[in-house]
Design a protein. Structure first.
Length: 191
């Protein structure tokens, strides 16, 4: 065992031997990122569809727990949660793009409230902190983004999908780079 492999430790050795797993994750992320950048609306609809499927599964599990008596909350609350999850999931599966727009409108409302809160908070603490203008700017930007999302939810979906695609693409490229570095480390250390 040489000096480099002795200093890298057992975890690095395991990672170096399995570098191809990191590479596969990276390549899948790159493909997902590129597809998202090419078809942002379809991506938003697909992600909402998957979210709907997950909500249905969780709702059914919560309903089973409610009726079997194994729910961590009262049977009533578990049943309400289960039914709401199933209804949300069904709507998302049947109308993924429409549900994605609704979710974006909820996000728009939250951004409006959050932006106004930041502005009011910054004004309230301006005598106690320096740089309160940054809070005001972030509040104004949140309000503007909320208004833009509310006025045109489809554009908001596209922008959100494009950000997601760009982020996942960069993540995937970084994973690919790490995978090849791990491969070199494994060869150099004979791990």
């Amino acid at each position: 065992m040489n000096e480099q492999s002795a200093s890298t430790g057992p975890l690095t050795g395991i990672l170096a031997r399995n570098w191809w797993v990191v590479l596969m994750f990276g390549l899948l992320a790159v493909v997902f990122g590129v597809l998202t950048l090419l078809w942002p609306v379809a991506t938003a609809a697909t992600l909402t569809l998957w979210l709907g499927a997950l909500a249905i599964v969780e709702g059914v599990a919560a309903l089973i727990a409610a009726f079997s008596g194994s729910a961590p909350v009262s049977r009533g609350w578990a049943t309400v949660y289960a039914l709401l999850s199933i209804v949300f999931g069904a709507l998302a599966v049947l109308h993924p793009l429409g549900m994605a727009r609704i979710l974006l409108l909820v996000l728009a409302a939250w951004l409006l409230v959050a932006g106004i809160y930041r502005i009011v908070f910054a004004i309230g603490v301006r005598k106690h902190i320096h740089g309160e203008w940054m809070l005001i700017v972030s509040g104004v930007l949140a309000v503007l983004l909320g208004v833009l999302f509310a006025l045109n939810p489809l554009s908001g979906l596209v922008v959100t999908s494009l950000w997601l695609g760009a982020t996942v693409l960069v993540y995937g490229l970084l994973q690919v780079i790490v995978a090849f570095r791990l491969r070199r480390l494994g060869k150099a250390g004979d791990v």
